[in-house]
Design a protein around this ligand. Structure first.
Ligand SMILES: [Zn+2]
Ligand SMILES: [Zn+2]
Length: 297
């Protein structure tokens, strides 16, 4: 049996690469015990460090000591369970960060982040995560992915996929998270979009807004000059939060301060009445705001 190693949480600001058990087709942890004949064992090729991992490592939401971290996986299947029909060893796959069964009420409605069947502690199972249900994370050499037919995304032609494998690693979390924010904000062609935070998710949202959604203008704010430079190279307007923090309040305040300086979009006026964030997000053909967790991503 091959050796397996993973990035293990040993306490706040203390993570260690350790030998961990090679996975099999069952989950046997204090949170839950179950057979997983529907699972696949994936050998990692690429995995990313998420802002959510940093929340745990820095102690904001500490997972159980011994948790193997990681939920952004791209790899090659080395073994499938007897119930898997659509995948075989050798297939390249992207693993989404939710652990979803594909057959509960929430999964049927597309709410896979709130699956009712993969985590007895709460709605939604997550790999290597705080209260995630005990599923081993993917910052490891090997990982078992349950409900493989439902969860895995095939990457098709192997040599083509391998030549872009680091780009394809965005499919597990960064790209869908960024695009989903734009989708939920109902971005339309020609809209002005505000993105709070220029971390990986924020910058990916900016790229999607410009190149997929057809946004007319994208405004990105952050405290880090280097991140803002990347946004500017992409063609975004930038707001240095160091210059507005303390002088204004919240997303609406940042937008107002930007508008006050930008004559090019002065014609737009924010609604007079105070609106909730959700109303602001649904305001079409005006200025759509996308709040991401990207400050920490
Ligand atoms: Zn992530
Ligand atoms: Zn489900």
């Amino acid at each position: 049996m091959p050796r397996n190693r993973g990035v293990v949480f040993r306490g706040t600001n203390n993570i260690v690469v350790e030998e961990i058990p090679y996975p099999n087709f069952e989950l046997n942890v204090p949170e839950q015990r179950r057979k997983c004949p529907h699972g696949a064992i994936v050998k990692m090729i690429a995995t990313n460090i998420c802002g959510s991992d940093l929340h745990m490592v820095r102690g904001r939401i500490p997972p159980k000591v011994g948790t193997v971290l990681g939920h952004e996986m791209t790899g090659e299947i080395v073994e499938v369970g007897p119930d898997v029909e659509n995948f075989k060893p050798g297939d390249l796959v992207s693993v989404p960060f939710n652990v979803a069964c594909g057959r509960c009420r929430n999964c049927f409605q597309g709410l896979t982040s709130a699956c009712l069947n993969t985590n007895p502690l709460a709605a939604g199972g997550f790999y290597g995560y705080y209260l995630g249900g005990g599923w081993q994370g993917g910052q490891a050499e090997f990982q078992m992915v349950p409900y493989a037919d439902f969860n895995l995304l095939p990457l098709g032609n192997k040599s083509q996929a391998m030549s872009h494998i680091l780009d394809l690693s965005f499919l597990s979390d960064i790209l869908p998270t960024a695009f989903d924010a734009l989708y939920r904000a109902s971005i339309q062609v020609g809209d002005t979009v505000y993105i709070a935070g220029a971390g990986p998710v924020g910058l990916t949202a900016a790229a999607c807004a410009l190149q997929i959604c057809g946004a007319g203008q994208v405004i990105v704010s952050d405290y880090e000059a280097d991140r803002l430079k990347l946004a500017a190279v992409m063609g975004c307007e930038t707001v240095d939060m160091n210059s507005v923090a303390g002088k204004t309040h919240g997303i609406r305040g940042v937008i107002r301060s930007f508008l006050a300086e930008e004559s090019s979009i002065r014609s737009w006026r924010p609604p007079r009445e105070e609106r909730s964030m959700s109303t602001l997000l649904s305001t079409r053909r005006a200025l759509s705001a996308v709040a991401t967790t990207a400050f920490l991503a």
